[in-house]
Design a protein around this ligand. Structure first.
Ligand code: GCU
Length: 622
């Protein structure tokens, strides 16, 4: 569990202090700095020495006691111990400096053949030199570590974090070595567990390790730690938001919001907690949309700090069956995607990978992407802002979660809070999804409805959704009456007629839909596998022609849904998945991609592209 509240942190610190005087108290995982990558940073990307530790010998002694909970707090690999004499008087059975290195950011599975299926602990170590400046604070920031991370600086524990797709951040100002030489050690453990989020079964590769950027961000002692600058809910002529300062001098500070191109300059004063809310008239804005992805230079400044961001302004809401972007009804022409580069299978490693994926989506004719099934890199959201793509963001509350475990719920809520915190200033983000294909039960409904309410409390300016459950009856009616639908703004469903059920593509137009809610409907998934280059007739599964026919028939079948206002077929590109073991057609890949794992566009790509061209003409008049 990540220490989130000051009370929990104090309790943890007391327990640690009571137990041992050698280890310093854990640091609270500090509230994520908004737009941290936009700060002055010391990058720690690059080669990190690593040790594979399936028995966790670097964490537990031979009686399975955690070294970092012992009286001395020492003994684990995080000491980065070195022999003090040439004779190596002390017995030390590890040595990072003579160990091999992994590239960070990057999952370990795709970097070493022997690690392709590895699930367990790998230790990472990196030395760095940082000469701290007076009046500055330093924040160690990991874009994501899958799944559980224990972080140590200069042999002392900073904290533990769970969640494989959201940032981890510690204020290390008081933990840096005066001389400037420091080393950070991370215990990354991607072991799947039933009570975690996601749980033990998913349909994606369990890529482990430090999969996103790592850096140390510098801020003033008192700095702008968080802010939101967006249009007020449903009001195209008014900005609303807040700014939060952190540091001793956070109270009673004047903060200036400046958007020169919109001729906006507004000053606000923070309260005793360092927070100030604001509303600002904004009449002459060019509103953000996929056709005109207008971004404004926004500056927030105090006497000691200044942050810049590029922010788009738009409204998103629903009215009956319609989704209204800036008050105009739209159709969300989307595609689903994983955070994976199919050409070099593994977690997307940086902006190049992300830009390639979104460029493919644009080529398909999309104005929308579903970033499944977990928080993607925050760079992805900035690129979507810039390229004009609406975004569905999601937490990995996927399939058979431990609905009755309070720690599981808290974990899901933590990940949802981070997802929303990271995306709240991104015009492209229009949907927060609280989960995917979760089986009906009372505990599941309580868990998911609480998550929906939490999402709405954190951000009432965006739509809340989830991939709901459906059921079929012998009269070929597809019923959508999942009780979770009551709590959502969009009725979204994954349906696999023509692949998992319903016969061949030519037979699926027999289905009709009975949807309980009078809300906009989006099809969050449909699709089928095709091995690129395998050609046969339209009835032959795994062939490109079968997938092509499936898309043609799905479009026909779905067009009968009068409230249909969007879709994100599954999926842009083939991706690695351990469930997919057919040695001829799959080879460990889920082949539902419209683009193969070698970048080849399959025939179905062009079916969807043509459909989206027609929809663009119908809705956007172009
Ligand atoms: C499910 C699930 C996806 C999965 C897909 C499939 O609906 O949401 O994560 O990959 O179907 O079966 O290919």
């Amino acid at each position: 569990m990540t220490f989130r509240t000051s009370l929990q942190t104090l309790a943890a610190a007391f327990l640690l202090l009571a137990g041992s005087f050698a280890t310093q108290p854990l640091l609270a995982q500090s509230t994520l700095i908004q737009n941290a990558p936009g700060r002055r940073v010391l990058s720690l990307n690059g080669r990190w020495n690593y040790i594979i530790d399936p028995y966790e010998n670097g964490f537990y002694d031979y009686r399975r006691e955690a070294f970092d909970q012992s009286k001395s707090g020492k003994g684990g690999y995080y000491d980065n111990a070195k022999p003090s004499t040439k004779q190596e008087t002390e017995l030390i059975e590890y040595d990072f400096d003579h160990a091999d290195a992994l590239q960070v950011p990057g999952d370990w599975n795709s970097q070493r053949p022997e690690l392709l299926y590895y699930e367990g602990t790998i230790w990472y170590k990196k030395s760095f030199n940082l000469q701290p400046k007076a009046g500055k604070r330093y924040h160690l920031y990991f874009g994501a570590i899958n799944y559980e991370a224990h972080v140590y600086l200069n042999g002392k524990k900073l904290g533990m974090h769970k969640g494989g797709f959201t940032p981890i951040q510690y204020d290390i100002t008081d933990r840096l070595n005066p001389g400037g030489d420091n080393f950070v050690v991370v215990k990354a453990d991607n072991t799947r567990r039933p009570e975690e989020v996601p749980t033990i079964n998913t349909d994606w590769w369990n890529y482990g390790g430090m999969t996103r950027d790592v850096f140390v961000a510098e801020t003033p002692q008192t700095f702008i730690s968080d802010y939101k600058v967006q249009l007020a809910k449903g009001n195209m002529g008014q900005l609303a938001g807040f700014v939060q300062l952190t540091g001793e001098a956070k109270a009673n500070q004047t903060v200036t919001l400046s958007i020169p191109e919109a001729k906006i300059t507004q000053q606000v004063k923070t309260d005793g907690e360092g927070r100030a809310s604001f509303t600002v008239p904004a009449r002459k804005l060019t509103l953000w949309s996929p056709q005109t992805p207008k971004l404004y230079a926004v500056t927030l400044s105090t006497g000691t700090d200044q942050v810049q961001d590029r922010i788009g302004f738009r409204t998103i809401e629903t009215r009956g069956a319609d989704i209204l972007l800036n008050g105009k009804s739209i159709f969300m022409r989307g595609i689903s995607m994983h955070d994976e580069n199919p050409l070099i299978p593994g977690r997307a490693r940086g902006e190049g990978d992300l830009r390639m994926l979104l460029t493919w989506a644009k080529e398909l004719g999309c104005n929308y992407v579903r970033l499944a099934h977990y928080p993607h890199n925050e760079t992805m959201l900035k690129l979507a802002d810039e390229m004009g793509l609406l975004v569905w963001g999601e937490v990995p509350v996927y399939w058979t979660i431990a609905w009755q475990n309070p720690a599981t719920y808290q974990n899901a809520e933590n990940q949802l809070s981070d997802l929303i915190s990271l995306g709240k200033n991104r015009a492209s983000v229009v949907v927060w999804s609280i989960g995917n294909e979760t089986p009906l039960s009372e505990p599941r409904l309580k868990f998911m409805s609480s998550l929906a309410q939490k999402a709405r409390s954190l951000d009432d300016t965006r739509l809340i959704s989830a991939a709901l459950e459906l059921h079929r009856t012998p009269d070929n009616v597809i019923h959508v009456d999942d009780p979770l639908g009551e709590f959502l703004d969009l009725t979204s469903i994954n349906e696999y007629a023509g692949w998992y059920w319903g016969g061949k593509p030519s037979e699926i137009t027999k289905y009709t839909f009975d949807i309980k809610y009078n809300k906009p409907v989006t099809i969050s998934e449909f699709g089928g596998d095709a091995l690129a280059g395998y050609h046969a007739d339209a009835d032959t599964r795994w062939s490109e022609e079968y997938q092509e026919a499936l898309y043609q028939q799905q479009i026909k079948m779905l067009s009968t849904i009068k409230n249909l206002r969007g879709m994100t077929p599954w999926i842009l590109a083939d991706f690695r998945a351990t469930r997919r073991q057919h040695p001829v057609y799959q080879q460990g890949f889920n082949r539902k991609g419209l683009i193969s794992s070698t970048g080849v566009k399959k025939k179905a790509f062009y079916v969807l592209q043509e459909y989206y061209r027609q929809l663009a003409k119908q809705y956007d008049g172009k």
